[in-house]
Design a protein around this ligand. Structure first.
Ligand code: GCO
Length: 263
């Protein structure tokens, strides 16, 4: 078997929200597979820290601070990146936020902010990256979906609306752009140990026990578990895979779950 199919040498990958969490693990994976990394973030100190981490791992990474939900900033930043680093071969729409508030108490402002960052930003990013992909006749776009692309959960209604939308946006991007030899797919992480899930992961929190029980693999995912899926969907190995959501969830979506007291 040849690993050449998965080789990302000579490719440039832009990862939004790549300064920490799942985005950083994915970027590390793509970097180790040979890609040159472009990291987007919005906090200068976090970016500085992140670039040091990439450097220590021996990876080539440059950082760009911009708001992915602001079209003007996105247009300017992508032009800058194309100028300074090169054309983007792989876009990972990873940046996202969550607000855990019951729907009947959620303000329209909060709901809108979640939709802006988790759904509209991937559209804006893809819209402005895809043009050069079309011109060059190839490209890969990965949208970070969620269990909430398929399932509801109390308090995360805006997030679920955005992630459900992102799944359909992925399918529609594939519908419109696959003919240009651009593959647009999603990764749907299950429950991972990141800063985003830190508040619900603490020992003794009922949600912690719930997730351990609800996940057939019986553990929280390690962010590095996403690297294989990300490398696959960024590489020639997936050249005829389009509009697919690859769930990396320890089996959550395969099962209805089980009563808490059963092993
Ligand atoms: C929550 C979680 C989720 C996960 C993830 C699941 O509160 O339910 O934070 O939304 O982070 O997206 O796939």
């Amino acid at each position: 078997m040849s690993l050449e199919l998965f080789d990302l040498k000579g490719k440039t990958a832009l990862i939004t929200g790549g300064t920490h969490g799942l985005g950083m693990s994915i970027a590390m994976g793509l970097g180790k597979a040979g890609a040159k990394l472009v990291i987007n973030g919005h906090t200068p100190s976090k970016m500085e820290e992140a670039l040091l981490i990439y450097q220590k791992a021996g990876l080539e990474a440059s950082g760009y601070l911009f708001d992915v939900s602001n079209e003007k900033e996105v247009i300017e930043s992508i032009a800058k990146i194309e100028n300074e680093v090169g054309y983007i071969d792989i876009l990972v729409n990873n940046a996202g936020i969550i607000k855990r508030v019951p729907l009947e108490e959620m303000s329209v402002e909060d709901f809108t902010q979640v939709i802006n960052i988790d759904l509209i930003a991937p559209f804006i990013m893809a819209k402005h990256v895809v043009k050069s992909m079309m011109d060059r006749g190839h490209g890969k776009i990965i949208n970070m979906c969620s269990m909430m692309s398929e399932l509801g959960r109390n308090t995360v209604g805006a997030y679920a609306a955005a992630k459900g939308g992102l799944k359909m946006l992925t399918q529609n991007m594939a519908t419109e752009w696959a003919k240009h030899n651009i593959q647009i797919n999603g990764i749907g992480p299950g429950y991972f140990a990141t800063s985003q899930t830190a508040p619900i992961r603490v020992d003794g929190h009922p949600f912690n026990d719930f997730i351990l029980n609800r996940t057939p693999a019986a553990k929280w995912g390690d962010p590095d578990d996403l690297q294989g899926a990300a490398i696959f969907l960024s590489s020639n190995a997936s050249n005829f895979v389009n509009g697919h959501i690859l769930y990396v969830d320890g089996g959550i979506l395969a099962t209805i779950g089980k009563p808490t007291n059963e092993t």
